[in-house]
Design a protein around this ligand. Sequence first.
Ligand SMILES: [Zn+2]
Length: 119
Amino acid sequence: MDKKSMKQFEKLLRAKRVELQRAYEEKLSRSGDAGSDGALDSADEASANYNKEFWYSLSDSDRQIMRAIDEALVHIADGSYGDCVHCEKPIQKKRLEAVPWARHCVECQELQDRGLLEE
Ligand SMILES: [Zn+2]
Protein backbone atom coordinates (compact mmCIF):
# COMPACT_ATOMS: atom_id res chain seq x y z
CA MET A 1 0.00 0.00 0.00
CA ASP A 2 1.27 3.48 -0.74
CA LYS A 3 2.27 5.77 2.10
CA LYS A 4 -0.48 8.25 1.44
CA SER A 5 -3.29 5.71 1.80
CA MET A 6 -1.60 4.30 4.85
CA LYS A 7 -1.64 7.72 6.47
CA GLN A 8 -5.33 8.00 5.77
CA PHE A 9 -6.03 4.66 7.36
CA GLU A 10 -3.86 5.58 10.30
CA LYS A 11 -6.06 8.61 10.82
CA LEU A 12 -9.19 6.45 10.76
CA LEU A 13 -7.67 3.99 13.21
CA ARG A 14 -6.61 6.69 15.64
CA ALA A 15 -10.01 8.34 15.44
CA LYS A 16 -11.71 5.06 16.29
CA ARG A 17 -9.31 4.51 19.17
CA VAL A 18 -10.09 7.95 20.58
CA GLU A 19 -13.78 7.22 20.19
CA LEU A 20 -13.51 4.02 22.25
CA GLN A 21 -11.43 5.77 24.87
CA ARG A 22 -13.85 8.65 25.11
CA ALA A 23 -16.79 6.32 25.57
CA TYR A 24 -14.91 4.81 28.49
CA GLU A 25 -14.16 8.18 30.04
CA GLU A 26 -17.80 9.15 29.81
CA LYS A 27 -18.76 5.95 31.52
CA LEU A 28 -16.28 6.74 34.30
CA SER A 29 -17.50 10.27 34.85
CA ARG A 30 -21.09 9.09 34.96
CA SER A 31 -20.25 6.53 37.58
CA GLY A 32 -19.16 9.28 39.96
CA ASP A 33 -15.75 9.59 41.58
CA ALA A 34 -13.53 9.26 38.54
CA GLY A 35 -9.90 9.40 39.49
CA SER A 36 -10.58 10.89 42.92
CA ASP A 37 -8.62 8.27 44.85
CA GLY A 38 -5.26 9.99 44.72
CA ALA A 39 -3.69 7.23 46.81
CA LEU A 40 -1.51 5.79 44.09
CA ASP A 41 2.22 5.78 44.68
CA SER A 42 3.50 6.68 41.27
CA ALA A 43 2.40 7.90 37.92
CA ASP A 44 3.33 4.51 36.51
CA GLU A 45 0.99 2.78 38.85
CA ALA A 46 -1.72 5.28 38.11
CA SER A 47 -1.47 4.70 34.41
CA ALA A 48 -1.29 0.92 34.82
CA ASN A 49 -4.42 1.15 36.89
CA TYR A 50 -6.07 3.35 34.36
CA ASN A 51 -5.26 0.92 31.58
CA LYS A 52 -6.59 -2.02 33.49
CA GLU A 53 -9.82 -0.27 34.32
CA PHE A 54 -10.10 0.91 30.80
CA TRP A 55 -9.59 -2.58 29.51
CA TYR A 56 -12.22 -4.14 31.75
CA SER A 57 -14.76 -1.47 30.98
CA LEU A 58 -14.75 -2.38 27.32
CA SER A 59 -17.19 -4.86 25.92
CA ASP A 60 -15.72 -7.96 24.31
CA SER A 61 -16.21 -6.62 20.83
CA ASP A 62 -14.73 -3.23 21.72
CA ARG A 63 -11.78 -5.00 23.30
CA GLN A 64 -11.25 -6.99 20.12
CA ILE A 65 -11.44 -3.86 18.01
CA MET A 66 -9.03 -2.07 20.32
CA ARG A 67 -6.54 -4.90 20.05
CA ALA A 68 -6.92 -5.03 16.29
CA ILE A 69 -6.47 -1.26 16.06
CA ASP A 70 -3.25 -1.43 18.05
CA GLU A 71 -2.03 -4.24 15.86
CA ALA A 72 -2.92 -2.32 12.72
CA LEU A 73 -1.01 0.72 14.01
CA VAL A 74 2.05 -1.49 14.54
CA HIS A 75 1.70 -2.72 10.97
CA ILE A 76 1.45 0.84 9.72
CA ALA A 77 4.67 1.61 11.58
CA ASP A 78 6.51 -1.34 10.03
CA GLY A 79 4.95 -0.82 6.61
CA SER A 80 3.06 -4.12 6.38
CA TYR A 81 -0.37 -2.58 6.95
CA GLY A 82 -3.05 -3.71 4.52
CA ASP A 83 -1.69 -7.21 4.01
CA CYS A 84 -3.70 -10.19 5.15
CA VAL A 85 -1.99 -11.72 8.20
CA HIS A 86 -2.76 -15.17 6.86
CA CYS A 87 -2.11 -15.27 3.10
CA GLU A 88 -0.16 -11.98 3.02
CA LYS A 89 -2.05 -10.75 0.00
CA PRO A 90 -3.23 -7.15 0.09
CA ILE A 91 -6.61 -6.77 1.76
CA GLN A 92 -9.22 -5.26 -0.55
CA LYS A 93 -9.28 -1.50 -0.14
CA LYS A 94 -13.07 -1.42 0.09
CA ARG A 95 -12.84 -3.76 3.01
CA LEU A 96 -10.27 -1.61 4.77
CA GLU A 97 -12.41 1.44 4.22
CA ALA A 98 -15.27 -0.30 6.01
CA VAL A 99 -13.08 -1.97 8.64
CA PRO A 100 -9.66 -0.26 8.82
CA TRP A 101 -8.49 -2.70 11.50
CA ALA A 102 -9.28 -5.79 9.40
CA ARG A 103 -6.54 -8.40 9.72
CA HIS A 104 -7.70 -10.76 7.02
CA CYS A 105 -8.71 -10.47 3.40
CA VAL A 106 -12.28 -11.41 2.59
CA GLU A 107 -11.39 -14.98 1.66
CA CYS A 108 -9.42 -15.68 4.82
CA GLN A 109 -11.99 -13.90 6.97
CA GLU A 110 -14.62 -16.24 5.62
CA LEU A 111 -12.48 -19.23 6.53
CA GLN A 112 -11.92 -17.81 9.99
CA ASP A 113 -15.61 -17.19 10.53
CA ARG A 114 -16.20 -20.84 9.75
CA GLY A 115 -13.45 -21.85 12.13
CA LEU A 116 -11.28 -23.17 9.32
CA LEU A 117 -8.39 -20.80 9.72
CA GLU A 118 -5.46 -21.49 11.98
CA GLU A 119 -2.97 -18.83 12.86
ZN1 LIG B 1 -5.93 -13.75 3.21
